[in-house]
Design a protein around this ligand. Structure first.
Ligand code: FMN
Length: 212
């Protein structure tokens, strides 16, 4: 099942007018919510965008990418750096039933809490977790027959392409300065349906075995 979704998934950039139902959208969001993350920190927020003005702004900030404008729904995948702090990280550790001393040792550990290594590391690791969630959502979208395209080329703190647009987006999405838009998942039913060929490096190019 998973392998079928992996094989069949492709980036879809042209969509029909057919709306995505809330039921289907929730399944896609649920796949993101259930994704694995570093010590289960879940440093993500998924902001559902249906408003055309917001889509237009996000498209503009993404160099005018049309699929952002014309998608039925956008899911803005956001990294929340505050997820690593004592209160928020502590809360997920408490859910696991860990005692206070163990929780404290994890939250202050340089190995287990990357945010103790500084802002850049916290950002890098947060982006890593959000990427997992995004990937899970692309596979569930495929499973639901919904086309999608990950859009990473956008103005944000990672690209510094257009600070003014990035600021406008933060305001529109109600993000604070610890919340970073990592990517936008554009969703819609594909039209026209295109038979896409997968261009990938060969197994020989990417898989290596240790020398024995
Ligand atoms: C992190 C990430 C960022 C991407 N950003 C963009 C983007 O900004 N615009 C776009 O059209 N496609 C974007 N893509 C889609 C890739 O171009 C696409 O996945 C790749 O060419 C392989 O094609 P496929 O998805 O159809 O298999 C992105 C994909 C990923 C994983």
């Amino acid at each position: 099942m998973v392998m079928n979704a992996i094989i069949n998934r492709k980036s879809v950039r042209k969509y029909s007018e057919k709306p995505i139902s809330d039921e289907v959208l929730n399944k896609i969001l649920e796949a993101g919510r259930l994704a694995p993350s570093w010590v289960n920190v879940q440093p993500w927020k998924f902001i559902v965008v249906k408003n055309q003005d917001t889509k237009d702004l996000l498209s503009l900030a993404s160099g005018g990418q049309k699929q952002v404008k014309t998608a039925n729904v956008l899911i803005c995948c956001v990294a929340d750096l505050d997820s690593w702090n004592r209160t928020n990280f502590g809360k997920v550790l408490e859910q696991k039933g860990l005692d206070e001393q163990t929780r404290e040792s994890i939250v202050t550990s340089k190995l287990l809490n990357p945010s103790t290594l500084g802002e850049q590391v916290a950002l890098l690791r947060s982006v890593e977790q959000v990427t997992y969630a995004t990937a899970y959502m692309t596979l569930e979208a495929e499973e639901q027959g919904v086309g999608c395209c990950v859009v990473g080329a956008t103005s944000n703190e990672l690209t510094n392409l257009d600070e003014s647009l990035a600021e406008q987006i933060k305001t529109k999405l109600n993000l604070n300065n610890r919340q970073v838009l990592v990517n936008i998942l554009a969703l819609g039913y594909e039209e026209p349906v295109i038979q896409a060929k997968k261009f990938r490096k060969t197994m020989e190019e990417v898989v290596f075995h240790e020398c024995l």
